[in-house]
Structure formats: structure tokens, C-alpha cells
Design a binder for this molecule. Structure first.
Ligand code: HEC
Ligand code: HEC
Length: 367
């Protein structure tokens, strides 16, 4: 029996070594990921990157407002004074859960993508856009970006994570990769709202908040959860308050949008510019006026609302859903307006208030 015992012994020894080395590898991966997140965060908050300096991603996506514009601007001003893009800065918190843009034949709608119109397919691809957009951070070239990163005090951390820079395009990919890692971290997606604690049985909602949740979910009342899904997502098990589909909800034009006053090289249409959203990106008028359904997490702290920032308060927003067809100006894009699920909900003033109370339970950092 002796030889058998020896092999047994050897087997246990090998298993132990494998187990230990696996554990070590796993720890190493976690450490590398943490460094990547740390680096991504430094880049996200680096106001030295823009041209001229003074603007970072966080200038338009601040943690205090669900990673949207801290100053609640309709349109956030670019790094160059007086330049404005065409849309409201959305919350970056929970944006990560979107998937690449694709057509869902079952529901016959587009789903996924990033930006209000889904025109890019990943956070990595997205991150490179504002850096070089003349109406945003206005960096002139990849070389200019790389030289700024080289002289940043986090460059040693960059080298620890990605090594020396030998190829600028590869370095750009790495920078985008680090930013995306931060955007996917628990710091940006904490799930710490009153609603989350309520789901875990660690907080209770008030009678009004519960009424609001019921109206939100009721397919004959608010119908909000038809698009802002309140069931846990199949893949992640998380409640995301969006299905990442697209709709034209019939918003009026926001005449206060500073983009209308931009010079013709930025906005050739001037005040008559119409934002066709998904339809413009696809160059297919069947989708004109459609924009991505956003998550409603942190919505109470991220006014103004919608792709054009047309409403300043949740009260106004809920009133719009309830009474669009009687109280509000005509839609900017009359084609494809959703008339089944919103526009004349016949909610009472009290029910509107209850809905707003529920939306206020979705703010992270509840104590
Ligand atoms: C000047 C303001 C501004 C700056 C600076 C800025 N953004 Fe944005 N961001 C926006 C606007 C506006 C949009 C929506 C644009 C659109 O839909 O066409 C947006 C959209 C996004 C989205 C898509 C969210 C979603 O739900 O689809 C992400 C992610 C994002 N930005 C990350 C970043 C990162 C990373 C940086 C820095 C590299 C950055 N932003 C810099 C204004 C800004
Ligand atoms: C048919 C789908 C649909 C339904 C139903 C729906 N929404 Fe929306 N919601 C959207 C879309 C699409 C947007 C983005 C539209 C845009 O920006 O043009 C949006 C945006 C919002 C926003 C703005 C978020 C932000 O960050 O700017 C709020 C608030 C909101 N919805 C609340 C509600 C409430 C409350 C209800 C129920 C009364 C509701 N929604 C019902 C599709 C829907």
C-alpha cells in the first residue's frame, strides 16, 4: 500500500499548489483591475487634458449629480468658451449596463448603444469621442493627448498598468480602457438608493412612495415600468429602470438650447435645427425623434431632463407624461410619437406627486 499512499500524498501536494497559485493569480487580477480603476478615475477627473486646460469628463459628469452636469446646464459649455454641443449631458452612472446597438425583431425596436442616439457600441469607444470633440474637450490629436498623459502625475500608474508607450494608437485604446474600467466600478454604480435598501428589506418606503411605485408599475396607470423596467435585469439581477430601447415621447423643442446660436460650421441649420436622434444616426426616418430610454437612478439630482434638457423639475416631467396632449407645445418631431403609453394618463394631481416621491427614492447614498 505504500506506493499508493505516496501518489495520494503527491496528489494532495499538487492540488494544494494549484489551489494556492490559482488564488494568487486571482488576487493579482483584482489588484491589476483596482489599479486600472484608479488610473481611469485620475483620467476622468483630469482637468489638464482639455485644450485649453480646465475641463475633464467630470466637468460634465460629476459624482454629486449622478455623474451628470454639476451646474445643471441644459447644455454643458465646452473647454473653449462659448461653444456648446446639441444635447444634455446624461448620467454616466449605470450607463455601463447598455449593450451594443442592435435591432430586436421580437419587439421590433432598436436596443442598446451609448449616447442618447446609441451611435457608439462600447464605453471604450465612447470615451474617445468627447476628448477630441471641438465642442467638448477639444484635444487636437492623439499625440497631444498622449503628451498630456505622459506629463501627468499619474503617468507612473499608467506605466504600471499598461507599460511604456510605444504606439500612440495603442495608448489611446489603453486610456479608453482605463476610463471604461472606472465607469464600470462600484463607485460609479453603487446601488445604494433607498429603493435598493427597500428591496433588501433594510429600509421601508413611506405610504406615498409606495403609492408612487404602484402607479409607476401599473400598466393601466403610470405605465412607466413599460420602458423604465423595475424587474431585475435577467443578466445582472439588478433593477436598471431602463430596457435600453428607443422611443419618441413627443418632447417639445427646447428653444433655450444654446446650440441654436452656434456658428454655421458647428450648426449649419441654426435655430431651425431639428434633433432626429436615432433616425438621424441610422439615416432612416422610421426612427426619427427616437432617443434611448435612460435609467432613472439618481434622476432627482440630475435635472434638467431629457436629451434636450427641456424640463427643470420632476414635477414638470411627470406632468408632461400625464398631460402632454393637452398642456404642452407640439412635439419637435411629430412622426413616430408614442401615443399608446403616454401623453394622456389621466392621473390626479395627488398621483403625480406620488410618482415624484417614488422617483426621489432612486438617489444613491441613502443613509
Ligand atoms: C462638455 C461636456 C462633456 C464632457 C467634457 C464629457 N461629456 Fe460625456 N456626454 C456629454 C453629452 C452632452 C453626452 C450626450 C451626447 C449625445 O448623446 O449625443 C455625453 C454622453 C456620455 C456617455 C454616454 C452615456 C449613455 O448613457 O449613453 C458617456 C459614457 C460619457 N459621456 C462619458 C464621458 C467621458 C468618459 C468623458 C471624458 C473623456 C466625457 N463624457 C466628457 C457631455 C460631456
Ligand atoms: C414608451 C416608453 C416610456 C415610458 C412608458 C416612460 N418613459 Fe420615461 N423616458 C423614455 C425615453 C425614451 C426617455 C428619453 C427621451 C429623450 O430624452 O428624448 C425617457 C426619459 C425619462 C426621464 C428623464 C431622465 C433624464 O435623466 O433625463 C424621466 C424623469 C422619465 N423618463 C420618467 C418617466 C416616468 C415617471 C414615466 C411614467 C409616468 C415614464 N418615464 C414612462 C421612455 C419612456
Amino acid at each position: 500500500m505504500a506506493p499508493f499512499k505516496r501518489t495520494q500524498c503527491l496528489f494532495v501536494f499538487i492540488s494544494l499548489i494549484t489551489l494556492l497559485s490559482c488564488k494568487k493569480d486571482k488576487n493579482l487580477v483584482v489588484v491589476e483591475q483596482n489599479d486600472k480603476i484608479k488610473l481611469g478615475k485620475r483620467i476622468f477627473f483630469d482637468k489638464g487634458l482639455s485644450n485649453p486646460i480646465g475641463q475633464s469628463c467630470s466637468s460634465c459628469h460629476s459624482p454629486e449629480t449622478g455623474f451628470s452636469d454639476l451646474n445643471h446646464n441644459i447644455i454643458s459649455e465646452g473647454a473653449v468658451d462659448g461653444l456648446y454641443g446639441n444635447r444634455n449631458a446624461p448620467n454616466v452612472s449605470y450607463a455601463m449596463f447598455s449593450m451594443p446597438l442592435h435591432f430586436d425583431y421580437e419587439d421590433s425596436t432598436y436596443v442598446g448603444g451609448f449616447f442618447h442616439d446609441g451611435r457608439v457600441n462600447s464605453l471604450q469607444e465612447q470615451a474617445t469621442k468627447p476628448l477630441f470633440n471641438p465642442l467638448e474637450m477639444n484635444i487636437e490629436s492623439v499625440s497631444m493627448l498622449i503628451s498630456k498623459v505622459r506629463s501627468a502625475d499619474y503617468f507612473s500608474l499608467y506605466k504600471e498598468v499598461y507599460g511604456e508607450i510605444t504606439d500612440e494608437d495603442k495608448a489611446l485604446k489603453n486610456i479608453a480602457d482605463a476610463i471604461a474600467a472606472y465607469e464600470q466600478s462600484s463607485e460609479v454604480n453603487p446601488f445604494t438608493s433607498k429603493f435598493d435598501y427597500y428591496l433588501k428589506g433594510q429600509a421601508s418606503l413611506t405610504a406615498q412612495e409606495l403609492r408612487g411605485m404602484k402607479i409607476f408599475t401599473d400598466t393601466l396607470k403610470g405605465k412607466c415600468a413599460n420602458c423604465h423596467i423595475i424587474e431585475p435585469d435577467e443578466e445582472t439581477g439588478k433593477v436598471l429602470f431602463t430596457d435600453f430601447t428607443y422611443d419618441n415621447i413627443g418632447l417639445p423643442k427646447n428653444t433655450n438650447n444654446p446650440y441654436y446660436t452656434m456658428a454655421p460650421n458647428y450648426n449649419p441649420m441654426g435655430a431651425s435645427y431639428i434633433d432626429y436622434g436615432l433616425g438621424a444616426f441610422l439615416n432612416n426616418s422610421s426612427f426619427n425623434g427616437q432617443f434611448k430610454v435612460p435609467s432613472l437612478r439618481n434622476v432627482a439630482i440630475s435635472a434638467p431632463y431629457f436629451h434636450n434638457g427641456v424640463f427643470n423639475t420632476l414635477e414638470e416631467t411627470v406632468r408632461f407624461y400625464n398631460s402632454r396632449d393637452s398642456l404642452f407645445p407640439n412635439p419637435e418631431v411629430p412622426a413616430n410619437v408614442n401615443r399608446e403609453e403616454l401623453g394622456k394618463l389621466k392621473l390626479s394631481a395627488q398621483e403625480e406627486k406620488d410618482l415624484v416621491a417614488f422617483l426621489k427614492t432612486l438617489t444613491d447614498g441613502y443613509k
